[in-house]
Each structure stands twice: as structure tokens, then as C-alpha cells.
Design a protein around this ligand. Structure first.
Ligand SMILES: *Cc1c(COP(=O)(O)O)cnc(C)c1O
Length: 477
């Protein structure tokens, strides 16, 4: 059997094979109503060992943070300590039933309450809600809070949200879903928001601005308090996209910089692995004026007991029960493990690691914004005639590395967005830099190697045009 191209379970199937044989039934057989019975069901027929080997081989094809470095910019693919997994899978948390009621879930409610308080402290917010299930879900919740707050003030003509051109695609999507129109604010030549363009866009139709800080090119928005003041003076509110909080934990409190509502991605910064599509948690925090609008329920402490309560003017529930509870347990365990000093070290080391890589690579891979970065930086991959970022990314696979994020953010041509995270050591950073420098050399001397890459993988480079124009959607062809 060709172990490189793993066959489908259907292709391994052999009629009559079974994984386990059930004992003969000792109760009378009942007929299914005629209309409900299937005439045939195409399931693979396999013995147990074949199934075990099939799935084990598939699992070994996974690239994960447990197997190698994962420099995917904007995603914070850091190592998450296994101790937090153990905490989240402790029987008491895992077995808790969401309908058990406050009296039987005091421990879970206490954890939620403590986590809310810690995250509010880290963000500089009056209150937070742990309901949203992802960053984008937090954005959507936060924008609904802004909508309801403005409605309560009779400001229904405020229908526009301003978004810098470097923003993550979820930002305009969340605003649009919440019923707003969006307007793009260009970045200046330094990669930060163009203050003049912002001033020109501010009028009484503006509901607010959505800001990512540090932004997606890895730069701290130095004028954040000024921007917030400008928007507030024009009657709008400031939403903070906190997906890049990894660069700021324990160092900078967004809630004290003029941001009114903000989400954090617990699955990026606070110890839940991600990349497989969930589950996540997009905690949303708010300053005092906006806190009554938070989604709920949130956990509160009353008369020595913990209970769930709806914030006074809540936008309502955005997720069943308490949100993704396992993610919350991991985040709480992580915060207790790190403490205040540890949180600060996370931010400092994530920034140090990114700047180390940036400095090692900048001669070979030009930067659009040539200054110190925060936790990530964006280089450009068109480093030799006929070579594109895609070629660099594919060649990295041959060197055993997951490629960085490419062609995002859109404001940098041929973007190569690298986020090493604080959990990598110098040896790993050097190995990655060495690979990228070797590729830069190949780009000049043996460009055909880059164009043919990846050449060490079971499947080579896809023909993206054919994949879009003539997709094969069924494995039988
Ligand atoms: C990841 C990310 C988001 C979206 O978060 P999800 O949890 O994937 O929905 C939003 N903004 C930025 C800057 C991000 O990096």
C-alpha cells in the first residue's frame, strides 16, 4: 500500500469485514416503518486494526504546534501548556451540566466570575462577558452594543463605522451583519491610521471606529488616545479588535486608552489551541457606560453566592448557556499559572522574538514599514525576478516549516506576515530564519526550486485556476 497517499476508508473497505461483532440480540426484532428504512447505506466495511491504522496515519499527517514551529501571522499559534488541557478536562468541569442550576454549579460560576474579573483588569474594562464564541462573534456583539447605546441616545442617524484599510476581514463583516455601513480609512505612509483622513470622515453619521492595536502590520497605533478623543468628540464610539492582545498583556490596558468596547480572542492569547475551527471564546469587555449592554448572562457574586445575571440593558444572549466553558477553564488556569509578571513577560517576549526575526531577515526580505514591530511583522516576498510570496511559502514547506500568513494584510504587496510568538526559543527562531535566508539565496540562484515547490509533500502545488474553474467535488470523479 502507498503510505504516502492515504486511501479513503471507502477504498480500504472489503465486504464482510467488521470492527466488532455484537452478540446476538435477546429481544424481539422490530420492523422499522417502511418509509423510514433505507434500502442501502454506503458505509465502509473494515476491521478494527485497519481503522486504527488509517486514522493514526491521518493524524500523523497533521502539522501542529506540537510538531513544529507555526509562524502564521495574525493567528498567534503559540504553544499552549498541556497543564491547562488537564485542568479543562478535569471530571468536575467536564461533567458539569449546563442546566444543573446555580446551586449545583457554584464552582463553575466562581470560575467564570474570577475570569471575568481578571480579564476586566487586564483590559482596563468595567465589566466583561464571556459569551461570544470567537473573535468575530465578539466584534458582532460589541457592534450591537454600540448600536443599542446610540439608539438609547436617539442617535439613530449614526449608521457608519470607520475601519482602517489594514483591518482583518471580520471587521467590516461584523459591522455589516449588525446593520451598519462601513467606510475605509487609509493608512498613512508610516502604517498607522491617517489622522487627516480620519478627521475628514468624522461627522454625525459616524457611529464609531473599529481599531486593531497593534494593527495587522504589527505596529502599535501610537495615536490611539488622540484617535479615540477625535471620534468621541464627533459623537462616535471606539471598538477595539483585541486579537493582537498577545503583544500587550500586562503592559497596556486598552480600556484606559479611549476604547469603549473590545474583544479578546481567548483562543489566541489565553491558551486555547486553535486553527482547527474551534471551539474558541471571544470575550467582550466594555467601559462603564457601555457595560450595561454586554451580552449575558454574566456571573455575579451576591450575598456570598454566585449566580447568573443579565446585564441591565443587555443585547441578549449570543451563545447557549455560558459560552464555550472549556476554553474559559483553560484561560483561567493559564492566568493563574502566569500571574501578573508572567503576563507581562508574554507580551515582552512576543515582541522581542518578532523583532529578532525581523532583524535577521530584513536584508533579504524587504519591509514596507521599516521600524520596530510589535509581536509580528510583514515582509515582502518578491525578492528576485519572477519570484512571488507564494513561491517562498511553498518552498518553506520543503524545509519542514508551516508557511507564514501570505497576501494579508492587503495594504502590503506580496505580504509575508510572520508572528513567531513568545513560546519559541532562539534556536527555533534561528532555524526558521536560516531556512528563509537559504530560500532567498535559492530565489536568485535556483529559482526553479521555488517554482516547483513543494516537492517533498504527498501532494504538490495545486493548480489554483483549475481548482476554481473545474472543481472536482466528488472523489469518484
Ligand atoms: C483572528 C482575528 C480576528 C477574528 O477572530 P476569530 O476568532 O477567528 O473570529 C479578528 N481580527 C484580527 C486582527 C484577528 O487576527
Amino acid at each position: 500500500m502507498n503510505l504516502i497517499q492515504e486511501p479513503l476508508a471507502f477504498e480500504l473497505s472489503s465486504p464482510g469485514l467488521v470492527g466488532c461483532a455484537l452478540p446476538a440480540s435477546d429481544v424481539p426484532a422490530a420492523e422499522l416503518p417502511a418509509g423510514l428504512a433505507r434500502e442501502s447505506l454506503a458505509l465502509p466495511e473494515l476491521d478494527e486494526l485497519t481503522v486504527v491504522r488509517h486514522f493514526t496515519r491521518l493524524s500523523q499527517k497533521n502539522y501542529s504546534i506540537d510538531t513544529n514551529f507555526y509562524p502564521l501571522g495574525s493567528c498567534t499559534m503559540k504553544y499552549n501548556p498541556k497543564a491547562n488541557e488537564a485542568a479543562a478536562s478535569a471530571a468536575g468541569w467536564r461533567g458539569a451540566h449546563p442546566l444543573a442550576g446555580d446551586a449545583l454549579t457554584q464552582g463553575s460560576l466562581e470560575l467564570i466570575c474570577r475570569l471575568q474579573a481578571s480579564l476586566a483588569e487586564i483590559g482596563g474594562f468595567a465589566a466583561v462577558s464571556l459569551q461570544p464564541a470567537a473573535g468575530a462573534h465578539g466584534e458582532f456583539s460589541g457592534v450591537l452594543m454600540i448600536r443599542d447605546y446610540l439608539r438609547a441616545k436617539g442617535q439613530t442617524q449614526r449608521t457608519t463605522i470607520l475601519i482602517p484599510d489594514s483591518a482583518h476581514g471580520t471587521n467590516p463583516a461584523s459591522c455589516t451583519m449588525a446593520g451598519f455601513v462601513t467606510k475605509t480609512i487609509p493608512s498613512g505612509r508610516d502604517g498607522n491610521i491617517d489622522l487627516k483622513a480620519l478627521a475628514e470622515a468624522l461627522d454625525d453619521t459616524v457611529a464609531g471606529i473599529m481599531i486593531t492595536n497593534p494593527n495587522t502590520v504589527g505596529l502599535f497605533e501610537r495615536h490611539i488616545t488622540k484617535i479615540a478623543r477625535m471620534v468621541h468628540e464627533a459623537g462616535g464610539l471606539v471598538y477595539g479588535d483585541g486579537a493582537n492582545m498577545n503583544a500587550l498583556t500586562g503592559v497596556f490596558k486598552p480600556g484606559k486608552s479611549g476604547i469603549d468596547v473590545m474583544h479578546f480572542n481567548l483562543h489566541k492569547t489565553f491558551s486555547t489551541p486553535h486553527g482547527g475551527g474551534g471551539p474558541g471564546a471571544g470575550m467582550v469587555g466594555a467601559v462603564k457606560e457601555l457595560a450595561p449592554y454586554l451580552p449575558g448572562p454574566i456571573a455575579v457574586r451576591k450575598g456570598g453566592k454566585y449566580a447568573l445575571a443579565m446585564p441591565e440593558k443587555s443585547i441578549g444572549k449570543v451563545k447557549a448557556f455560558y459560552g464555550n466553558f472549556g476554553v474559559l477553564v483553560r484561560a483561567y488556569a493559564y492566568l493563574r499559572m502566569e500571574g501578573a509578571d508572567g503576563l507581562r513577560r508574554i507580551a515582552e517576549n512576543s515582541v522581542l522574538n518578532a523583532n529578532y526575526l525581523r532583524a535577521r531577515l530584513e536584508k533579504a526580505y524587504p519591509l514596507k514599514y521599516k521600524k520596530g514591530c510589535m509581536h509580528e511583522f510583514v515582509a515582502m516576498g518578491d525578492i528576485a525576478p519572477g519570484i512571488h510570496t507564494l513561491d517562498i511559502a511553498k518552498r518553506l514547506i520543503d524545509y519542514g516549516f508551516h508557511p507564514p500568513t501570505i497576501y494579508f494584510p492587503l495594504i502590503v504587496p506580496e505580504a509575508l506576515m510572520i508572528e513567531p510568538t513568545e513560546t519559541e526559543g532562539k534556536r527555533q527562531l534561528d532555524a526558521f530564519a536560516d531556512a528563509l535566508l537559504a530560500i532567498a539565496e535559492e530565489a536568485r540562484t535556483k529559482p526553479e526550486l521555488l517554482h516547483a515547490a513543494p516537492s517533498t509533500t504527498p501532494v504538490g502545488r495545486l493548480d489554483e485556476v483549475a481548482a476554481a474553474r473545474c472543481p472536482v467535488l466528488c472523489y469518484r470523479g
